[in-house]
Design a binder for this molecule. Structure first.
Ligand SMILES: C[S@@+](CC[C@H](N)C(=O)[O-])C[C@H]1O[C@@H](n2cnc3c(N)ncnc32)[C@H](O)[C@@H]1O
Ligand code: SF4
Length: 356
């Protein structure tokens, strides 16, 4: 029995004004584009029978650069009035109250439930990791934001922690979160989203100790995340600005499973490629948990599990499923490694330098 989709992560633009050192956007995006409102509506039309409880309108780009982002948020809430809507923004654009951008920004807050201001590091380290961002520009943004009507939108600071900005956490709490009345400081340990796992790690024991002693409660992410905890394959959906459906927000470089503009009905069909894939991946999870491996590795084990040991046991009329599996086996076979980097866990992501 397929579970309905309850969590949606929808990218509506892949334009960005920054090149953050920890973000793999440039590795994974295609041609620059904003999703036309008509296509966004079509996409929601094709998703609306799913009981989406939480959604993020972001992806590999800066959402507020979409010229109609206020309309995007409004439309989303019209279709999913009960869904909790989250957006992250880099705050590197002017929002003077009388300007077009300022008005659009305030309008968006009518529909967004939780807005993350992505601010990591203070002055020099902020400018280094979020190049070509400027600290002064951030300050102007925050000054213009301060008197704005928030329309009930909760606003927090989302801080991606790396080994070179740990020392700035406290000052960001004092000078940004408290001064601009942000709801909380959320710390995210920088995750390795790069295709070649090339992001530098290497926290010292002192740094880990410092984080654990001072900021444990602010660090977000499940502390004992394990592969079976992943909900994406059963209940989540990630779509790119092109409408492509991907496994999750952490393997955006993988080939898509389908396109929500073209074949959205598949999402609700037992025989659809996406749900067939979800079933297959559930099977991988079972296999991984049981640690059965086998000489053909994960892909062979999936086939055994789905079709039985012998091909003659294949369910009749399962050609859709077979085709899906053969098309997507290579993506699936990459999944375990990818998922292991997809962790918000201190234990697994924050290793002392030289501990490996
Ligand atoms: C990809 S961005 C898109 C929205 C917007 N451009 C921004 O920066 O806020 C979404 C969130 O992911 C965070 N992020 C980017 N790369 C990350 C990484 N390697 N590990 C953890 N969080 C990351 C950003 O700081 C931001 O809060
Ligand atoms: S983290 Fe956000 S602002 Fe930075 S490059 Fe990625 S999408 Fe752009």
């Amino acid at each position: 029995m397929n579970k309905p989709i309850t969590y949606a992560y929808l990218e509506t633009t892949n334009y960005c004004n920054l090149q953050c050192s920890f973000c793999n956007r440039e590795e994974v995006i295609g041609a620059l584009q904003h999703m036309p409102l008509t296509k966004f509506k079509k996409m929601l039309e094709n998703l609306k029978h799913h009981p989406i409880r939480e959604a993020k309108l972001m992806g590999m780009g800066e959402p507020m650069l979409h010229p109609q982002f206020d309309e995007i948020c409004k439309t989303f809430k019209e279709v999913f009035p009960k869904a909790f809507l989250i957006v992250a923004t880099n705050c590197q654009y002017p929002i003077r109250p009388d300007s077009k951008m300022g008005k659009k920004f305030e309008e968006c807050m009518k529909y967004i439930d939780l807005l993350y201001f992505s601010i990591d590091g203070y002055k020099d380290s902020y400018e280094r990791d979020r190049a070509p961002a400027k600290w002064d520009k951030l300050m102007r943004f925050l000054e213009d934001f301060k008197p704005m009507e928030r329309h009930g939108c909760r606003v927090t600071c989302n801080y991606v922690v790396n080994t070179d900005n740990i020392q700035d956490i406290q000052i960001i709490k004092d000078e940004i979160v408290d001064v601009y009345d942000l709801e909380e400081l959320r710390l995210n340990i920088a995750q390795d989203w790069s295709e070649d796992k090339s992001m530098p790690g290497g926290y010292t024991l002192e740094q880990i100790d410092y984080l654990n002693k001072n900021w444990k409660n602010e660090i977000k992410g499940k502390s004992e995340w394990d592969f079976p905890d992943c909900f994406w394959v059963k209940e989540g959906i990630y779509t790119t600005v092109e409408g492509h459906v991907k496994m999750c927000c952490l393997n955006t470089g993988a080939d898509p499973f389908g396109n929500l503009f073209d074949s959205a009905s598949n999402l609700s069909s037992d025989r659809g490629a996406y749900r067939a894939l979800a079933r297959a991946v559930e099977d991988i999870r079972d296999i991984m948990v049981a640690d059965t491996g086998g000489s053909d590795g994960v892909v062979g084990a999936i086939k055994d599990k789905v079709f039985g040991k012998s091909e003659s046991k294949s369910p009749s009329g399962s050609s859709d499923l077979k085709r899906t599996l053969s098309n997507l086996n290579s993506a699936i076979s990459q999944l375990p490694g990818k998922m292991q980097t997809a962790i918000g866990s201190m234990e697994l992501t924050v290793k002392p330098a030289g501990s490996d």
